[in-house]
Design a protein around this ligand. Structure first.
Ligand code: GDP
Ligand code: MG
Length: 441
């Protein structure tokens, strides 16, 4: 496949030490030769020294280093030339325009990576990994992206494809033996295989949630009665005085947010207005917002004043919360302490017990760094589609529907799984994906 040469800045356009113009395509070496008067055809994976000339005036523009990487041993698998120039904005722009004048076209965002996919160097999932790595803002998300970049998704999808093909093969094989009530036999064989496969998909979707937590952090609400020390706890966790703390109940009205990165997890904390009956209009709005946040939260830190027993309202709210999502914290342990409960003193920043429990809680999610998981909404969407197809296949099997029709569902599931790593059937998804890349990648 021969594609027109493209060029983009691999560095940003600002005054800096060096800028890199990157050209990819069959004519990229020609273009670089025309601008440098160097013989680059016989260079490969070597850095050459030279000057960029304006071909019209033959004027020298900049002293540069030129890196030639012949395809297929390059990022795009095409011939790639990188020109390392001095980093001035004028010089960089001038050289970029000379390269365009010499026959290259300005690349679209993500177009280099798109070519790497088109030429089969990486699959679509790996391309998404490239983008995720560029955008990663924490060690955890970077590690996950690298995992994806190294091709771990095909380790997940290939066995699934194999297994589905085996299931589908049962149908094809049995069609050759029409002497029995073969449809009935086939359905009987298919049932356990399909149930098993469906369970695998559910497990994969569950593991994707661990991946999402590791990548994006956990939305965490701090809730409880007024004055129990929610804002103090937020401040202690963030180690700064972000929220206003007073002895006056009902101080916090708007939601105060902050992010902490622990060893095993990143939490996006939201300190909320304390839950109580209130006549104050602003406080009331704050309390309504608290209920909204509780709904959206993936984790709830329910704070109580440890120097007092839980009152009826607290017990009522607690009983309505999902226990799997909730941690009950007794604050003010400096005033009163009992064993067998999670106690902190937000005032004295004595919160180690809570930090330990949080790290322990997310310890189990760490497996996502060692085995393939679905890394974004596109992939999760495809596996959900496959799950729906399997559900519909299972219903068909149980309702004694014709085997041909079951085959349609199984084939649809197979196509959804294929689309995880294969852009062919998903051109529009691929276009959308690459548009999200930054320029020059
Ligand atoms: N003794 C003691 N007082 C605390 C502790 N945490 C918070 N307080 C006090 O409790 C009051 C209410 O705290 P605040 O954080 O505003 O509670 P919120 O209404 O739940 O946000 C303030 O006077 C805090 O100083 C604690 O661990 N020990
Ligand atoms: Mg508060």
């Amino acid at each position: 496949m021969k594609l027109d040469p493209i060029v983009a800045l691999a560095t940003s356009l600002q005054t800096q030490a060096i800028s890199i113009c990157r050209i990819s395509g069959d004519d990229s070496i020609d273009i670089a030769e025309r601008l440098t008067h160097l013989d680059l055809k016989n260079q490969d994976h070597r850095i050459c020294y030279g000057f960029i000339h304006d071909p019209l005036t033959d004027e020298e523009i900049d002293e540069v280093l030129i890196l030639v990487m012949k395809g297929p041993k390059s990022y795009t698998r095409e011939d790639v030339v990188e020109i390392h120039t001095h980093g001035g904005v004028y010089v960089t722009q001038k050289i970029l325009s000379l390269i365009i004048g010499a026959g290259a076209r300005l690349a679209r965002p993500g177009e280099f990576t798109q070519r790497a996919v088109l030429h089969g160097r990486i699959d679509l999932a790996q391309a998404e990994g490239v983008n995720a790595l560029i955008e990663a803002d924490s060690e955890q998300s970077a590690k996950l992206a690298l995992n994806q970049l190294k091709g771990s998704l095909s380790q997940l999808s290939e066995p699934l494809k194999e297994e589905l093909l085996t299931i589908i093969a049962h149908i094809e094989v049995n069609i050759d033996y029409p002497e029995y009530d073969i449809e009935q036999v086939t359905r009987k064989q298919l049932l356990p295989l399909c149930i098993d496969f469906r369970n695998k998909l559910i497990q994969i979707l569950k593991e994707a949630q661990s991946g999402q937590r590791m990548r994006e952090g956990v939305k965490t609400a701090i809730i409880g009665k007024p004055n129990v020390g929610k804002s103090s706890l937020l401040n202690a966790l963030l180690n700064e005085d972000k929220a206003i703390v007073t002895e006056i109940p009902g101080t916090t009205r708007d939601v105060v947010e902050g992010t902490i990165r622990l060893d095993k997890v990143t939490l996006h904390l939201m300190d909320t207005a304390g839950l109580r009956e209130s006549e104050d209009r602003i406080e009331k709005l704050g309390i309504e917002k608290t209920y909204q946040i509780i709904k959206d939260a993936q984790l709830i830190l329910f704070v109580a004043d440890g120097s007092q027993p839980l009152d009826q309202d607290e017990q009522l709210v607690l009983s309505k919360l999902d226990p799997d999502k909730t941690i009950l914290i007794y604050n003010k342990k400096d005033l009163d302490s009992k064993s067998n409960r999670l106690e902190v003193s937000a005032l004295h920043k004595d919160i180690k017990a809570l930090i330990d429990q949080l790290n322990e809680r997310y310890e189990a999610d760490q497996f996502v760094f060692t085995k393939p998981v679905l890394n974004n909404e596109r992939m999760v969407g495809l596996v959900r589609q496959a799950l729906q197809s399997m559900d519909s296949a299972l219903t068909a099997i149980k309702d004694d529907i014709a085997v041909d029709l079951i085959n349609i569902d199984l084939t649809a599931a197979y196509e959804s799984i294929c689309a995880l790593t294969d852009p062919e059937n998903n051109t529009s998804i691929a276009d959308e994906l690459f548009a999200r890349f930054c320029l020059g990648k």
